[in-house]
Write a protein that binds this ligand. Structure first.
Ligand code: FE2
Length: 238
């Protein structure tokens, strides 16, 4: 799949603060609904609830979509209206106010074998974090994560406890290199520290909210698995 680069834009900051607050509020509502009464998941939404949030604090963020604009639009269009109408609408009109970045290995040890699929087809934007984020926090991340169709996000683990709320689906997951299991949009996934996990993306781009709730400075560790070539070939045959 060829992904054409999109425009780089730096936008008016006052307008962007209002837009970012709307996106954040909609994302928070989706998380609260998805976390339900599960204590592990609920901890994430409770911690977000405790953070100091203001439109004023969001004024320093510069919006940017460096690449993958078509992919991002396709992902947003694939979000189900019955579950995510508010967030879908906010992202459709205001996604350019977020600072999107491609991960080129920042979260991994140098030379980690993340695979070409991940390198060429990932992008994320943070809502909560320490750097150019709408909400500042030192050891907590909340953001959006995008993967291109037919990508294998290879088996890996990290110290940070991780919550995913997929906004599109279905897509496949496996844990501790077990059997693949499909998840739908709206089905939250919690990865405890050290759990090895992998994701395979089918025809619909993967877009999710994700949170790392501590130990965000600890690098991800790729866990080599013999079947990567087979899984990647199968995704491209489909
Ligand atoms: Fe992870």
């Amino acid at each position: 799949m060829t992904i054409a680069p999109g425009p780089v834009g730096v936008l008016d900051r006052d307008m962007s603060a209002t837009s970012l607050l709307t996106i954040f509020s909609e994302a928070k509502t989706c998380l609260e609904q998805a976390c339900g009464d599960d204590p592990l998941l609920r901890d994430v939404s409770n911690r977000i609830y405790m953070m100091e949030i203001s439109e004023e604090g969001m004024k320093g963020v510069t919006g940017c979509i460096p690449t993958h604009s078509d992919l991002l639009n396709a992902a947003i269009a694939s979000m189900p209206d019955d579950k995510f109408s508010g967030l879908k609408s906010a992202l459709a009109t205001d996604k350019q106010h977020l600072h999107w970045r491609v991960d080129e290995g920042r979260y991994y040890a140098e030379g980690a074998d993340v695979g070409a699929g991940y390198k060429e087809g990932n992008m994320h934007a943070l809502l909560i974090g320490s750097e150019n984020c709408p909400i500042k926090a030192e050891d907590f991340l909340l953001g959006f994560f995008l993967l291109a169709p037919r990508t294998l996000y290879r088996d890996h683990s990290h110290l940070a406890p991780e919550l995913y709320l997929p906004l599109t689906g279905p897509h496949g997951w496996r844990f501790d290199q077990g059997d693949w299991e499909d998840f739908e949009a709206g089905q939250a996934i919690y990865n405890a520290p050290g759990v090895v996990h992998a994701t395979r993306v089918y025809d619909i781009p993967f877009l999710a909210l994700f949170a790392w709730t501590r130990d965000i400075g600890s690098a991800c560790r790729v866990v080599p698995t013999d079947d990567w070539p087979e899984v990647e070939a199968e995704l491209h045959r489909a």
